[in-house]
Design a protein around this ligand. Structure first.
Ligand code: ADP
Ligand code: MG
Length: 270
């Protein structure tokens, strides 16, 4: 599909969890669209329903109401076109498999020749900068390296959409900066459509071409903001731009207003 054509459409999504103590309305009324090739960040406070939204998108959780479409077809169950990278890297890799084995595993479901599979796996491991760790096991690697393996596994799978749920929340600041740059590089060089979820406003502005700001639970889209920063970004220069500060201050203000209640949220341009 060409870049810019519609990829995802979410319309009036609502998700209510039934619990033993009553109902929890995680997502109130949420709508947005995303095009092929976009890198969209979704930012919102902890507990606002970000993971719930991603699980619905990935077909892992059935919404209470609303519609989701991918490439014009309704999302009704787990989609082979999506790959998800979760926050808990420790639990997402198989400890008994090597790095190579972990990256290769999902490809076994695809009908590929051994040679093609090998090439894709090698390429993905190189793309995340881990060729020297190919034969290591996950427990021999740092948290940041484990998350690189999870990213390699996702890109090797060649998904239509790469979904990342606060993937760097548990690594140190330096590693996080490097992983953010890896996500940008992979997006720039491979054009993978990416949904990146974070509670970190600065991270959303640094990474995104667009940022969807979510309100507190029951969530809705508080703002859909185009990040008009240059596409070539780096940690030092980009974060020092006055426009970067303007955008992050604007989003911060939106989230503060959302906390104070839905009535107090005008949608002014930053
Ligand atoms: P976030 O990822 O933004 O931190 P979540 O999507 O995990 O938020 O959770 C949104 C809300 O839904 C929270 O109030 C959370 O407690 C609730 N919630 C999440 N999962 C469940 C579940 N399986 N059962 C009941 N409530 C849930
Ligand atoms: Mg979450």
């Amino acid at each position: 599909m060409p870049d810019g054509s519609p990829l995802l459409r979410v319309e009036h999504l609502r998700k209510v969890y039934a619990t033993t103590t009553g109902e929890v309305e995680a997502i109130g009324d949420l709508s947005f669209t995303m095009s092929h090739g976009e890198l969209v960040c979704i930012v919102g406070p902890s507990g606002c329903g970000k993971t719930t939204l991603l699980k619905c998108l990935a077909g892992l959780l059935r919404p209470t109401s609303g519609r989701m479409e991918m490439d014009g077809a309704p999302v009704t169950g787990p989609s082979p076109a999506m790959a998800v990278v979760f926050q808990e890297y420790g639990r997402s890799l198989y400890p008994w498999l090597t790095v190579r084995g972990n990256v290769e595993l999902p490809l076994r479901h695809k009908k590929l020749s051994r040679a093609v599979r090998d090439r894709i796996v090698t390429d993905a491991i190189e793309a995340v900068g881990l060729p020297q760790a190919t034969l290591s096991h996950p427990w021999q690697l740092s948290g940041g390296m484990q998350q690189r393996v999870a990213i390699a596994r996702a890109i090797a799978y060649q998904p239509e959409v790469l979904i990342m749920d606060e993937p760097f929340a548990a690594v140190d600041a330096q590693t996080r900066a490097e992983l953010e740059d890896l996500v940008r590089l992979l997006h720039l060089t491979r054009g993978i459509s990416t949904v990146f979820v974070t509670h970190d406003i600065d991270e959303s502005v640094y990474l995104g071409q667009r940022v969807l700001v979510l309100s507190n639970s029951p969530t809705r889209v508080q703002e859909d903001l185009v990040i008009d920063l240059p596409s070539e970004r780096d940690q030092l220069t980009t974060r020092a731009l006055p426009r970067f500060t303007e955008l992050r201050t604007h989003i911060y203000g939106q989230i503060q207003r959302a906390r104070r209640g839905p009535a107090a949220a005008p949608r002014s341009a930053p």
